[in-house]
Design a protein around this ligand. Structure first.
Ligand SMILES: Cc1cc2nc3c(=O)[nH]c(=O)nc-3n(C[C@H](O)[C@H](O)[C@H](O)COP(=O)(O)OP(=O)(O)OC[C@H]3O[C@@H](n4cnc5c(N)ncnc54)[C@H](O)[C@@H]3O)c2cc1C
Length: 383
C-alpha cells in the first residue's frame, strides 16, 4: 500500500508552486506531508510573467525588470501614463521556479516526483492518483491541470483566448526607451478582431515584441510572426537578432470552474478560474488566491466551499460579452477605458481592489448601448 500524503499538488507551474511556497512558509503545514507531481522538471524559463503592483512586493527580490510608464493607444487616442504608485513588474519563470525549489529543498515534509498523471478519483476519504510510473494517494488533491473540454462543451459562457507569439530581440544600437512598456498598441490592422502589440523593452538594446489577440480562433504561426516583422519594420528596426521566442494561449472566460471541485479535489490556477477573465492576467490573481487558499485549508472545510463569486465576476462577464459579440471593437473599447479613467483606477479595478463606486464608474465608461446589451445578455447567467 502506497504512502498517503496529506496534500497532493498536481503541477509545479505557477499556481502549484505558489501554493507550495505558502505552505512552506506557514508552520501549520510543518507536520503535513505534501507531494508535488509534474511531468516536467521546471528549471527552464518557459514563460515571463508581468503584473502591476506597488513597490516592495513579495517577489521583488527576483524581478528582472520594472517599468514606471505605460503606453496605451489606438488610431484616435495615444497616451503615455505614469503608473505611480504602481510599477509594472517582470519575473522570469525560471527565477520563480528556482526560488521555490531552493526553499523546498530545506523542507523534509515535501516530496517532488516527476511523472505524467493519467487520472484521479476519490475513493471514500482519500484521492487516488494514477501516474504513468506509479499511483499515489492523498487526503486532498490540489489540481492545476487545465482541461479545455468542459469549456468547449458549453455555450452559456463566452470563451475567448488571449493568444500570442512573442520575439525577444536584440539590436546592435541603443534604440529602446526602457522606462516605458507598450501595454496595448492597437495601431495595427484589427482584421475584425481585438489585436494589439505588447512591447516590453528590458534594456536599450533588448525588447520583447508580442503580437496578441483576444479572439476565438488561433492564427497560423506565420501570421503572428509576419505582424511582428511588419511592426518592427514600421519602427525602422531592421537590424536585430531574435534571441528567444514564446507563445501562449490563455483562456478568457467566466466559466464556473468551481463546479468541477469536490469535497477532496480543488482545481487551482487557470484550471480553477484564477485567470482574470477579461484580460488573461493570472500571476497577480494567483498570488492572492493562493494566500486565501492556505488560510482556507487550515479550516479543514469541504473544498467545494473555497470559491466565492464576487462582483468582478459579473463585470468580467459583461466585458467578455462585449468582446465576444463585437470582437472588432476591442481597440475602441480599451482606448475609451484608458481615455476616460486614470490608469491607477483601471489597475485597481482589474486587480479587483476598487470601491463599488470607482468600479461602477469604470464600467459606465463603456459605450452605453454595448454596455446595456451585454448586461442584459449576462443577467440570466447569474443563476
Ligand atoms: C508564454 C506565457 C506568458 C504568460 N505571461 C503572463 C503574464 O505576463 N502575466 C500573467 O499574469 N499571466 C501570464 N501568463 C498566464 C499564466 O500566468 C500562466 O499560464 C501560468 O503559468 C498559469 O499557471 P497554472 O499554475 O495555472 O498553470 P501552469 O503554470 O501551466 O502549470 C501547470 C503544470 O501542470 C503540468 N501538467 C499538466 N498536465 C500534466 C499531466 N498530465 N501530468 C503531469 N503534469 C502535468 C505542466 O507541466 C505544468 O507545469 C502567461 C502564459 C504563457 C503561456
Amino acid at each position: 500500500m502506497s504512502k498517503q500524503y496529506d496534500y497532493i499538488i498536481l503541477g509545479s507551474g505557477l499556481s502549484g508552486l505558489l501554493t507550495a511556497y505558502r505552505m512552506m512558509n506557514d508552520t501549520w503545514f510543518d507536520d503535513k506531508s505534501i507531494l508535488i507531481i509534474d511531468k516536467e522538471i521546471k528549471n527552464q524559463n518557459d514563460r515571463t510573467w508581468c503584473f502591476w503592483e506597488v513597490p516592495n512586493g513579495e517577489f521583488d527580490s527576483i524581478l528582472t525588470k520594472t517599468w514606471e510608464k505605460a503606453f496605451i493607444g489606438n488610431h484616435d487616442f495615444q497616451q503615455s501614463f505614469v503608473m505611480q504608485p504602481y510599477l509594472y513588474k517582470m519575473i522570469r519563470s525560471s527565477d520563480f521556479y528556482k526560488l521555490v525549489f531552493d526553499t523546498i529543498s530545506s523542507k523534509s515534509n515535501f516530496t517532488i516526483i516527476t511523472d505524467e498523471i493519467l487520472s484521479w478519483k476519490t475513493i471514500e476519504d482519500s484521492v487516488e492518483v494514477q501516474g504513468k510510473n506509479q499511483s499515489y494517494s492523498g487526503r486532498f488533491l490540489l489540481n492545476s491541470f487545465f482541461n479545455v473540454d468542459p469549456l468547449l462543451n458549453q455555450k452559456k459562457y463566452p470563451y475567448l483566448k488571449q493568444h500570442f507569439i512573442g520575439w525577444f530581440i536584440k539590436t546592435k544600437t541603443e534604440i529602446f526607451d526602457d522606462s516605458e512598456v507598450k501595454f496595448m498598441d492597437f495601431r495595427i490592422e484589427q482584421e475584425g478582431n481585438t489585436r494589439f502589440m505588447y512591447v516590453l523593452p528590458t534594456s536599450k538594446t533588448e525588447a520583447l515584441f508580442e503580437y496578441t489577440l483576444f479572439s476565438e480562433e488561433l492564427l497560423e504561426k506565420s501570421v503572428y510572426e509576419k505582424a511582428i516583422q511588419n511592426y518592427l519594420q514600421n519602427l525602422g528596426i531592421n537590424d536585430y537578432e531574435i534571441v528567444e521566442k514564446e507563445n501562449g494561449n490563455i483562456p478568457m472566460t467566466c466559466f464556473p470552474f468551481r463546479k468541477q471541485n469536490s469535497e477532496r479535489i480543488l482545481f487551482i490556477g487557470t484550471a480553477g478560474g484564477w485567470t482574470k477573465a477579461s484580460t488573461g492576467f493570472t500571476f497577480f490573481n494567483s498570488k492572492k488566491q493562493s494566500e486565501k487558499l492556505i488560510e482556507f485549508l487550515k479550516t479543514n472545510q469541504n473544498l467545494t466551499q473555497f470559491h466565492q463569486k464576487n462582483r468582478y465576476w459579473f463585470y468580467d462577464l459583461i466585458l467578455l460579452e462585449v468582446l465576444h459579440q463585437n470582437n472588432e471593437l476591442g481597440a475602441q473599447l480599451f482606448g475609451t477605458l484608458f481615455q476616460k479613467n486614470s490608469i491607477q483606477t483601471i489597475f485597481k479595478f482589474l486587480n479587483e481592489e476598487g470601491t463599488f463606486f470607482s468600479d461602477l464608474k469604470v464600467m459606465l465608461t463603456l459605450p452605453k448601448w454595448l454596455f446595456i446589451k451585454a448586461t442584459f445578455r449576462s443577467l440570466w447567467k447569474l443563476v
